[in-house]
Every structure is written in structure tokens, then in C-alpha cells.
Design a protein around this ligand. Structure first.
Ligand code: GLN
Ligand code: ZN
Length: 776
């Protein structure tokens, strides 16, 4: 029995890579220094994995930016616009990579970056490969060979990791019409063969090839592509042992294909799909074939300690069927998606020991893998018994801990009825009653946050370090809010916001005030490139001990006679951007959060807030990978939102906001959320997205963003007016709102003032035009 790991976080336990890359980009670090930092991170990670008891250690999981981008470079899939940089490559090889990832505006060049999108159902974003019809591939970048040699030299028993050719092709985009990127396999495979040949020559023995696409719905042709690939590679390289890894879900209908592949080891994600093990062991012929199984029993997507008893049941079942020699033990997927090291959490106030004892980060997870092997292979040993006992005690304690389990919260969720998810009247009736808000045609508003200047962030940092008293902090933030209200009145917005100056992050802010949430000091996870997030940990039953935003909203409302929107984060987004409990179904936790937000919504209404926005930017992210599970998720997510939103009178106007542009497949569910107004991102796609809304005849009010806040560029009044006119082709005038794409937190005040002033002028011009009778 072997232990192995699929991938380790590359940011460094203290985000060394982030800091070094950013310094390099800012020009305050040389390429050689950055390389040095990277080498040190790799070396530390390899040693740490070996010390944790890994028999086989992954290499080439390190990346300066992203593993899919690395694969573009390995295979020479470099879009034409970057070719001028290739000649310059000698001087700084890293610059080509960073240019592709982040764009390049230097030496007379203005090259746009490649697109970025989410990696399966994770919060990790990868660089999307660009493919042309006549796409050629050639071995370009030596990284995998270099890193294999680096590890070999340092004495590690390593296993190079590659993104498989089929998943690589599927992860990309066709930049021209008239071809199917899967057909590029023919051109691509020779490059993979060259890579394997080189690795073989350097003495590699095991090669991990990731084909996570096996967790998706694959058509016949793609399944055939997988078969072809692995038949060719296995035949060509009889000495290399291919470990084929898929994760994030079951093989589902691809199981037969997966089992037919002539690979040495098949890795299974048994956290997401434990039953798959039975299917495989029951497949006629499997028991007697030679394929090894890598059992991914330790959760690579969450931060909880493994339940050894559960994992051992699976391991034992496999051992009984095929014997321990054909079994490997591993985390379920790469550990890229969890923080590095729980040992660094030493601040009892941030993360109490009582909660920490239930958790495991990457380093701890590898020790669990090693412990599972120890217990499975030598159950009688005193050490094994001790490991198992300790673990059982911990699991038992968690089941009954009073800090986790609150009967009142459980009872309340159990008592949710259909009526809790219904507004009193239907939208047309509500719309009529909401006329009392006195809003003009094409009401103007913003999405919530205003520029979080250095100054504002400093106040919060000082306050957290207790260098600023509660009273002083409050006073400063109130002052900022007061100015923001006054400014909004001056530029003549119709629906105001308080500006969110008191918030660090739209999830963390609520998590900090809800019971059942814990935080870490150093629990960073790579989101993309140098960007990391620190998700809250939901450990216990969630409830709202006291109002969270009412004072801020009421204060802001007291300063003006115009309506000020209450501003909340929705239950699905809070759930999606946190590490969630694994001891109860996700939807129960989500419903607990929904009730907590509902309490806040009704309290805002009581405090005289007439418009309340519940942001759900993450609703689409939670969509399961497999089609057959998607509807159940959407039904639940819609209901959770509606529970949060439905405790109010008809007169109270509920808004929601989402910032992404793929709605086509979920538009029905978006409509079912039944928010009175939805604001969405559309300006980049030139309102294309509205097709979905028009086709479906979306029934409620819509505010398609006319100002792209992700760019420092200030749009003109004419541009925005044109976008609005375009929107009028899709949305009736009486249901059209005017607003930016998203919150303005990352923008500066000056550009914000210019852009919003122009936006308001555009709305006014449109009102005038609509109200002016056409001359006979
Ligand atoms: N209200 C939030 C803001 O304006 C919404 C942010 C988001 O959708 N990501 O910042
Ligand atoms: Zn947004």
C-alpha cells in the first residue's frame, strides 16, 4: 500500500509566492529572486510532504500563476498576440507567462490578458486556453522536466503531475468558428509523448495525469478521445506507470470508459462519491485485473479532520476485494483548495482550540493519509490503536458539542413551511403598492459599496489592533457614510446606499456577527494568480444573536428623505464562500443562514428601510457539475433566497444583485427568486446577456449594469445612453433600472463621481426622450 498526494498549495505557508510575485510585478524584485523564492517553496513543500509520510510526492504542481496556463506553455499553445514576447524570452522567461495571465503594457506593447474562469466547482480561477482552427502545438516550456530533476537532485521520490490532454482541450475556448477543440487532440498528443519521453529518460517512474473532465457529462467522441489518449500513451511508454486522476465528482456514465483505460492506477474521489467504490469493485473482471486504485478518502475541498472510521470502511472494503498491494491512499483531490498549515493558527481568540481540534489543513491532511495507511496495514499495533482512538474521540465530541448544536436553531429550520418562502402578494400587486416610493421612470441607483480608500481600510486595521477606540472608529465611519449620502443627493441618484464603509468583505462581515462561524489568521487559499481568499469556517448551527446592519442603515436613512437601500449578503453566497460543515447536509446550513438573514430583513423593515438588497453573486457557483443534480440545487437555492426575502410587507421592495453573465441555463430559477428588482452585469457583453431575459420574458424589474466597474475607464454619457436604449429593446421602460455593473469598492472617488454623474445624465436624457411625443 502506498500513500501519495495529488498536489500541494503553492502559495507558501505564509503566502511567500504572493508577496514575491507582487514585488516582481512592481519592479522591486528581480526574476532571479522570484525564482529563488519559488525554489524554496517547492523544497519546503516536498520536505514537508515527505515528513508527513507521503511515499510519493507530486512535482510540477507548483506554478507561478496557474497549472492550465503552464500547460499552454508546455504545449506551445501561445496566442499570436504574445509572439513578439517570445523572441524577448531569453531575457525574462517569466514575462511571457505573466503577460498571458495579466496582460502586458510596456515597451510600446498593449497586449490584453487571457480570459479567466472558474475551475470546475471550486473558487479557483484558471487561465482559459485559446485555440484556433489550425492550432499547432509544440513542446515549448521545460518546467515539468526541470522540476522533476530538481526534486530528484534533492532526493525526493517524486511523481510529475500533468493536466491531461483531453481536460486541457476542454478547459479552453475555440476562438474561431468551424471546429471542435477535441479534434485538436491529434496535434496535441505528440507533445505529450515528447514530454513523457523526456521524463522517462530522466528516470521518472510514476506520472500523474489529471483528467477531471471525467467528472463531467462527456459525449461519445470525447470518451473515445480519452480512450485513444491512454491507449497510445500506455503502449508507447511501457515503463512509465500512469496514475490517472479524476476528482470533484463520480465518473457517472464515464465509469466504463475510465475502467477500460490501460493505466497503472485510477484515482477516485471517494469524498464526493463514496459509492463509486462499490460500482468499481462489482464491475465484472475488475477484481482480477491489475489496475491499482488510489482511494481519495481525505477531503481536499474542506478543512475538517477526517473521520477515520468512515475512511477505513472504504479502505477495508477495497482491501478485501483486491488486496492491499493494489491500493493507494490519498486526499480526494489536489490540496490546492485548502489552506496550508493549521499549526500556524495560534491565536486562541481568532480560532479557539475547541474548534481547531476538529480541523485539518493541507499538512495535517497528509498526516491523516499516512495514519490511515498505518491503521489499515497494521491494525493490531499499539500506535494504530492510539491513532484510531484519538480520532474517534474527536469525532464523538463533535457530534454532541454544545458549541455546535443549538436545538432551537434546528427546530426552527425543521419548522420552515412553504409559506415562509412566499411574499404576501404577487409581483404586479407589489409593484403597484411600491409606487408609494415615488421613484421616477428609469430609477438610478448603485450596487452598494463606495470606494474603500486606504484611509477607510486604515481605520479598520487600527481599530482591530485596538489603536482606535470603538467610539472613534464609529465616528469616522459614520462621517464617511454621511458624506456619501450628501454626495449621492448632490449628484441626484434616486435610490441611495450607505456605502459599506464598515465592511471588510461581504461575507466575512456577516460571518463575524453570526453565531456558528469561526475565522482563521492564515487560512489562505489561492483564488487566482497571486490573489488569495480566507474563507470563514461554518462550524456550528447558525443564528443571528443581534441585528447586524440595522444601525448603519437607519443612520444613513436618517440623513435623507430619499430611500436608502438596506444591504445584505444572501444565504447562498455566504454558504458558497465559506468552508461549510460536513456533519450535516449543505442545505440545512444554508437554511439556517437564510433564517438569520430573514431576521435582519424584517428588522430593517421595522427600522423604516423601504428597499432591501440581498446580494447573491455566488448563486451560480454552487451549481453541481452533473446535470442530474442541478435542478435540486437550484430549487433549494431559490427557496433559501425566498425564505430570506419573504418576511416583509408588499410595500417593501426587495432587490438582488448578481455579477456574472451566464444566465441562459438558469434564468428560470433567477426569475423564481421573485426579487422585485435584479441588478446584473451586462456592460462588457454589450447587453447580450439580456437575450436570456427577453427570451424568457423575465417578469420583474431589471437593472442591467451600464458602467463596467472592473475597469478604471470612465464611460461617457452617450455610451451609457446607447446601452440603455439597447436594453429598452428587451425590457419595457417601466421595468428598467439604471445602475453600474457591481459595487464601487475598488474604484477611486474621482472616476466614480464622473461615471455616475454621466450615468444619471444618461437616465435623464432617456426619460426626456420617452416622454417627448413624437411629432406628427
Ligand atoms: N453590495 C456589494 C458591493 O457593492 C455587492 C458586491 C458583489 O456583488 N460582489 O460591494
Ligand atoms: Zn457584483
Amino acid at each position: 500500500m502506498q500513500t501519495h498526494n495529488l498536489g500541494y498549495p503553492r502559495i507558501g505557508s505564509n503566502r511567500e509566492l504572493k508577496k514575491a510575485s507582487e514585488q516582481y510585478w512592481a519592479g522591486s524584485m528581480t526574476a532571479a529572486q522570484l525564482e529563488q523564492t519559488a525554489k524554496k517553496i517547492r523544497d519546503t513543500n516536498w520536505q514537508l510532504q515527505k515528513d508527513a509520510g507521503m511515499d510519493l510526492i507530486p512535482v510540477n504542481d507548483f506554478s507561478f500563476y496557474d497549472q492550465v496556463l503552464d500547460t499552454c506553455l508546455m504545449t506551445g499553445a501561445i496566442p499570436d498576440r504574445y509572439h513578439p514576447l517570445i523572441e524577448k524570452e531569453q531575457s525574462a522567461p517569466l514575462d511571457l507567462l505573466f503577460a498571458m495571465a495579466r496582460g502586458y503594457q510596456q515597451n510600446g506593447y498593449d497586449l490584453t490578458a487571457m480570459e479567466m474562469t472558474k475551475w470546475f466547482d471550486t473558487n479557483y480561477h484558471y487561465i482559459v486556453p485559446e485555440f484556433k482552427k489550425d492550432q499547432r502545438f509544440s513542446f515549448f516550456n521545460n518546467k515539468v522536466i526541470d522540476q522533476f530533476n530538481e526534486a530528484k537532485k534533492a532526493g525526493f521520490n517524486s511523481k510529475p503531475v500533468l493536466l491531461g490532454p483531453v481536460s486541457f482541450l476542454l478547459s479552453g475556448k475555440e476562438k474561431e468558428d468551424g471546429f471542435d477543440r477535441v479534434d485538436l487532440l491529434q496535434n496535441l498528443l505528440p507533445v505529450y509523448m515528447e514530454v513523457l519521453e523526456k521524463l522517462d529518460a530522466q528516470g521518472a517512474y510514476y506520472i500523474q495525469i489529471d483528467e477531471p473532465c471525467l467528472a463531467l457529462q462527456l459525449n461519445e467522441k470525447t470518451q473515445q478521445a480519452i480512450k485513444t489518449t491512454y491507449t497510445i500513451l500506455s503502449t508507447r511508454f511501457p515503463n512509465l506507470r500512469i496514475v490517472l486522476a479524476s476528482y470533484f465528482d463520480c465518473f457517472g456514465p464515464n465509469l466504463k470508459t475510465a475502467l477500460s483505460l490501460p493505466v497503472h492506477t485510477l484515482h477516485l474521489d471517494l469524498v464526493r462519491c463514496p459509492l463509486q467504490l462499490n460500482d468499481i469493485l462489482d464491475t465484472p473482471g475488475f477484481v482480477n485485473c491489475r489496475t491499482h486504485l488510489s482511494l481519495g478518502v481525505v477531503d481536499g475541498r474542506n478543512i475538517w479532520k477526517n473521520d477515520f472510521e468512515q475512511s477505513l470502511l472504504l479502505i477495508q472494503k477495497a482491501m478485501d476485494a483486491i488486496g492491499s498491494n493494489r491500493i493507494w491512499i490519498a486526499p480526494s483531490c489536489s490540496l490546492l483548495h485548502v489552506p496550508c498549515d493549521l499549526d500556524l493558527e495560534t491565536d486562541e481568540k481568532t480560532l479557539p482550540e475547541a474548534i481547531k481540534q476538529w480541523m485539518a489543513f493541507a499538512k495535517q491532511k497528509l498526516r491523516e493519509v499516512a495514519s490511515l495507511k498505518q491503521i489499515a496495514t497494521d491494525p493490531g499495533a499499539a500506535h494504530s490503536k492510539k491513532l484510531l482512538e484519538e480520532n474517534s474521540r474527536c469525532m464523538e465530541a463533535r457530534k454532541t458539542a454544545s458549541m455546535i448544536h443549538k436545538q432551537q436553531v434546528k427546530d426552527r429550520v425543521a419548522a420552515i413551511t412553504a409559506a415562509d418562502a412566499e411574499r404576501i402578494s404577487s409581483f404586479p400587486v407589489r409593484k403597484e403598492k411600491q409606487q408609494e416610493l415615488g421613484l421616477p421612470l428609469f430609477p438610478t441607483t448603485t450596487i452598494g459599496s463606495f470606494p474603500q480608500t486606504k484611509e477607510v481600510r486604515n481605520w479598520r486595521a487600527q481599530w482591530k489592533k485596538q489603536q482606535l477606540s470603538d467610539a472613534d472608529y464609529l465616528q469616522r465611519v459614520q462621517e464617511a457614510t454621511r458624506k456619501a449620502i450628501q454626495w449621492q443627493e448632490e449628484i441626484a441618484l434616486d435610490v441611495l446606499v450607505h456605502g459599506e464603509f464598515e465592511r471588510n468583505d461581504m461575507v466575512e462581515y456577516f460571518g463575524e456577527q453570526l453565531a456558528g462561524f469561526a475565522f482563521t489568521k492564515n487560512g489562505w487559499v489561492q483564488s487566482y494568480g497571486s490573489r488569495c481568499v480566507k474563507p470563514p469556517v461554518i462550524y456550528g448551527d447558525v443564528y443571528r444573536p443581534k441585528p447586524m446592519t440595522v444601525e448603519w442603515s437607519a443612520y444613513a436613512q436618517s440623513l435623507t428623505s430619499k430611500p436608502v437601500k438596506g444591504m445584505l449578503t444572501g444565504p447562498v453566497t455566504i454558504l458558497q464562500w465559506s468552508f461549510v460543515r460536513n456533519d450535516q447536509p449543505r442545505n440545512i446550513t444554508g437554511n439556517q443562514i437564510a433564517l438569520a438573514i430573514r431576521d435582519e430583513v424584517t428588522d430593517l423593515e421595522k427600522a423604516g428601510i423601504k428597499i432591501i438588497q440581498i446580494d447573491e453573486p455566488a448563486i451560480r457557483e454552487g451549481l453541481p457539475l452533473r446535470k442530474e443534480q442541478q435542478q435540486a440545487y437550484l430549487n433549494w437555492a431559490v427557496t433559501a433566497f425566498r425564505i430570506a426575502a419573504s418576511g416583509v410587507q408588499d410595500q417593501t421592495q426587495i432587490h438582488t444583485h448578481m455579477c456574472y453573465s451566464e444566465f441562459n441555463d438558469i434564468i428560470r430559477s433567477i426569475a423564481a427568486m421573485d426579487a422585485d428588482v435584479i441588478t446584473i452585469e451586462t456592460s462588457r457583453s454589450q447587453m447580450e446577456l439580456l437575450d436570456a431575459f427577453a427570451l424568457f420574458e423575465y417578469p420583474n424589474d431589471i437593472g442591467p449594469g451600464v458602467y463596467d466597474i472592473h475597469s478604471p475607464r470612465v464611460p461617457t454619457k452617450e455610451e451609457m445612453a446607447a446601452l440603455l436604449e439597447k436594453a429598452l429593446n428587451y425590457i419595457p421602460a417601466e421595468r428598467l433600472w439604471v445602475n453600474p455593473d457591481c459595487g464601487l469598492k475598488t474604484r477611486a472617488w474621482e472616476e466614480t463621481t464622473q461615471a455616475l454623474t454621466a450615468m444619471i445624465q444618461a437616465a435623464k436624457a432617456l426619460r426626456k426622450k420617452i416622454n417627448t411625443p413624437v411629432p406628427e
